[in-house]
Design a protein around this ligand. Sequence first.
Ligand SMILES: [Zn+2]
Ligand SMILES: [Zn+2]
Length: 361
Amino acid sequence: MTRVGSLVDPDEDRRGIVEVVDFPRQALGPEDVRIRVAYAAICGSDPHSVEGFFRSDVPFGLGHEVSGVVIEIGDRVVKSGLKPGDRVACNFLKFCGTCRPCLDGRQQFCEFVQNEYRRPGMAEEIVWHESQVYRLPDTVSLLDGCLLEPTSIAVRIADKARLRVGDSVAICGGGPIGQLALQVLKLSGATSLTLIEPIAERRELALRHGAEHVVDPVSENQLDRAQEITGGRGFDLVVDASGARRALPGVLDLAAKGGTVIYAAQYPKDYELPLNLSAYLYFRELTLTGVYIAPYAFPRAVQLMPHLRLSELTEAVFDLEDAAEAFRVHMTGVHPKVVIRCNPIDDSAAAAGASPQTPRS
Ligand SMILES: [Zn+2]
Ligand SMILES: [Zn+2]
């Protein structure tokens, strides 16, 4: 991207600009893997990056939800067993492995995240460290495989939910994280599974993928519906995957006494949630928690991908040259996910071998 600013700023002179620019080819270190990128999905966080949420020196590259094929490996790539030709998906972060949080099993708080490896995935090629690269199951296409990173977030949501089989679950927000969390929580034994989402297409998608109920928070009273669905108790687990200011205060009221609420979106830095401690934490003993990133969930996300229905989430595909248009379409919210095709790579073998759990058209 070449200018920091909101992608929907009505003032054209201040609007953020995404365009295709040339960056030099990266050198391959001894433990590095060079990947020809097949697909890079636009994440809800990418427009925040364009707004300068993480950095503001332009131009910088975007994209961290990536799949592709290994084309070259460094001399010391042995631990991962990766080889040229492998179909892979990636974690955009490289952790140091040595600081206290890393040693403590909490890499998400790594104090020395190796930013030199934070290389943009919306590119023809990327060079990442072998620890960031995961081989895809044969039955997962490269197109669906670019959803590995958001799938890892859905797995982490399930980890933090500590769901008991049969618990009732509501998800606010039917974007990619909400849709993936819905499928993962369904597999974890969620019942009365409800998606609360204003966009009709997203509600219908959720119903096709296992939601038992959907609620339109604009035309319906979501609290009344929650009471109706749960027999007046509220949901054992409520996940906010909307990040929407107007939705947030109402999330707590959907939870049952003793329930858990997970805030799983990226929130505006200045947003403060009013919280009545007596009502929610004393009398109702709610557990409130959040999800940032999910390093330890990647191996399980890889295992889970053949059991998820991903193809409807990856239908909107644009070529790299049309990246600016892809971002424009992403901002309309019509598609749960917009994907950029970075290279045309033949992947017919994977599609042919697709398991029955992942029907493809
Ligand atoms: Zn993402
Ligand atoms: Zn570390």
